[in-house]
Design a protein around this ligand. Sequence first.
Ligand SMILES: Cc1cc2nc3c(=O)[nH]c(=O)nc-3n(C[C@H](O)[C@H](O)[C@H](O)COP(=O)(O)O)c2cc1C
Length: 210
Amino acid sequence: MSDRPAKILVLFYSRYGNTVKMAEEIAYGAKELSNVSVTLRRIADDVPTEIISQNPEWSKVVEDMNNRFPTSSIDDLVKILPNYDAIIFGSPTRFGNMAAPLKALWDRTSKLWMDGALVGKLGSVFTGAASVHGGQETTAISMMFPMLHHGMIIVGVPYSVPELSESGSPYGPSRIVGPMANKQIDDADIKVARALGKRVAQLTQKLFKD
Ligand SMILES: Cc1cc2nc3c(=O)[nH]c(=O)nc-3n(C[C@H](O)[C@H](O)[C@H](O)COP(=O)(O)O)c2cc1C
């Protein structure tokens, strides 16, 4: 890597904006190091616009996300994955699992898998869920399966991050968003998210320095 910046992609899907907040904090943590380039990209929702437009509050959130993080087609997003040293994936918890749009993206990566295009890259995950034991850990682990099949090296959050006893898990940052998905992100959530971002950046620099 020598002089070139460590390249980190934070790739997320979000319906109501909570996963976006986590993505931003993770990016913030990664950028605490110099010579790191962080790109945030969003996977589009699979809900038709006609449905979203029936709910003014939801429409507003989606409009804001569209303005700040314009989406690309899944195939365009798949194409950019090999350009990064590390990829941090974010998804809301959906019945204890990653959300369908993120799974759909993985299901389009057969060519990358055949080419070994992601082998040796660093990978991390983050999530959020409505309730305290709503499946954050199973979701985080579900997101790791495709990464392992692609030969990626998984990075979690160590217990040396003191706030890990209040938010997230060793599998990755996660937060409780409440039943209406409107609970504010708190200080411990932010600290764990930033710690993960910083850790991925540090390891990327160490692993890919040549
Ligand atoms: C189809 C669906 C399934 C969900 N499954 C769970 C679940 O298993 N456990 C839970 O605590 N929350 C669950 N939720 C709540 C979401 O995890 C929560 O709204 C999400 O983390 C908000 O993230 P976002 O604002 O980025 O969309 C579910 C939501 C939907 C729409």
